[in-house]
Write a protein that binds this ligand. Structure first.
Ligand SMILES: [Zn+2]
Length: 409
């Protein structure tokens, strides 16, 4: 058997990655300047065409995968069907003995109305731009790491599938079933969300759920018929204060009431009030606890105010603990980091991503292999440009060494 573990070959490939620095920057800038907010279907179409072209360098069919509509609640408390743009998928060597699933999203949090649309050079080291770090830089890293990996004969040992989804920023409601079904065929999951601003990867992640609370009261004239009215805003307000107070009643448990709206005029007793809240938890058992507590709060408050209160929503992302297999994958990546002078550590996070969803179906996943940067989801989002090359080398080497049996899961 030929031994391809020769470090010279790896070194040549890593050198090639360095030669790609300008191309990588240019791609990150180009993709960041295409608005691809989750609900901007035409922007996502423009971007996905470009991504399709970029990933067509590999000898496989880049496919668009239609995703089902997503049901969301509008400002009137009604369920509406939100269209979600197709995801992109490419599977190379599905018959190979080892299979890696590489996932990242192309949607961003910045709507077309947002003033943050362009990339700006901030310093020699940093550029700012919408989604440049979360996660367009990550798409570039994934693309170039695969391009590097394919230069080695070792690549024959590993099949890989790329999935780029379009709804991650709203919790992947339409793509979760698809990526979880796909995940079952793979041995490792690599997700290209940005690493933490200090360069650490994310270890364990909390679970998360988004919920909408809708209070239905009875409208009445505030002067003539005040006693006949049933004030939805009051009932909702009381509920959200109590729900919010559940934060920290268990370690790591938080509830954030993020939006609230209701009422129509000074002199009308409001018959509708709506709040949205997010729950984060560390242990699966906390899900049941929080559901019971919230049910109890709603039940009592509705009764006291003689209104109807309903909850819509669900837990979208299960907690992602550091399992034995995942930890082994982290150690593999850490040892690859050492070879390229990258000191890799990991820290727990309250944030969730598709890594939670992949690992929930049994796929050991490291989910912060994208670029280094910071202030994501804000108008100050920036990318540390040198991280494009460093992180690409890291993933390329992790794949090469896995293909060469230097490490196994
Ligand atoms: Zn992201």
């Amino acid at each position: 058997m030929l031994n391809f573990s020769d470090m010279n070959e790896h070194a040549d490939i890593l050198k090639w990655v360095e030669s790609q620095e300008q191309t990588m920057k240019a791609l990150a800038v180009e993709w960041a300047e295409i608005n691809s907010h989750t609900y901007n279907l035409s922007g996502l179409q423009t971007l996905s065409k470009k991504l399709k072209t970029a990933f067509s360098i590999f000898s496989g069919d880049v496919k668009f995968i239609d995703l089902p509509d997503y049901e969301r609640i509008n400002n009137h408390g009604e369920i509406i069907h939100q269209k979600i743009a197709p995801a992109l998928s490419l599977h190379i060597r599905p018959q190979a003995p080892k299979q890696a699933l590489l996932v990242i999203h192309m949607d961003t949090v910045y709507s077309p109305e947002n003033s943050f649309q362009e990339v700006k050079h901030l310093s020699d080291e940093k550029i700012g731009g919408p989604g440049i770090t979360d996660a367009k830089g990550g798409i570039v890293v994934m693309l170039k790491a695969l391009e590097a990996f394919e230069q080695s004969p070792l690549a024959q040992n590993v099949g890989w599938r790329v999935i780029i989804n379009t709804d991650e920023e709203i919790g992947s409601p339409s793509s979760t079933a698809f990526i979880q079904e796909a995940a079952k065929l793979f041995h490792i999951g690599l997700v290209f969300e940005p690493c933490l601003p200090n360069g650490d990867l994310v270890g364990a992640r909390k679970g998360s759920g988004n919920f909408t609370l809708i209070a239905h009261g009875t409208a009445a004239h505030a002067g003539r018929d005040h006693a006949q009215g049933r004030n939805a805003i009051l009932a909702l307000s009381e509920s959200i204060v109590k729900i919010s107070n559940l934060s920290y009643t268990r370690p790591g448990l938080t509830v954030n009431v993020g939006t609230v709206q209701g009422g129509s005029a000074f002199n009308v007793v409001p018959d509708l009030a709506i709040a949205q809240y997010n729950v984060r938890y560390a242990k699966e058992a906390d899900q049941k606890y929080i559901n019971e507590q919230i049910d109890d709060i709603i039940h009592k408050t509705a009764k006291e105010h003689d209104v109807r209160i309903e909850v819509q929503g669900k837990f979208q992302a299960p907690a992602k603990p550091l399992t034995k297999e995942t930890l082994s994958l982290f150690h593999h990546i850490q040892s690859c980091g050492k070879e390229i002078d990258l000191d890799i550590h990991w820290a727990d996070s309250g944030g969730v991503c598709d890594g939670n969803r992949l690992q929930a179906v049994g796929l050991p996943t490291v989910d912060t292999l994208g670029v280094q940067g910071g202030d994501i989801h804000s108008e100050n989002e920036y990318l540390i440009m040198s991280s494009l090359v460093k992180r690409t080398k890291l993933t390329a080497l992790a794949l090469l060494k896995w293909a060469n049996d230097d490490w196994n899961i």
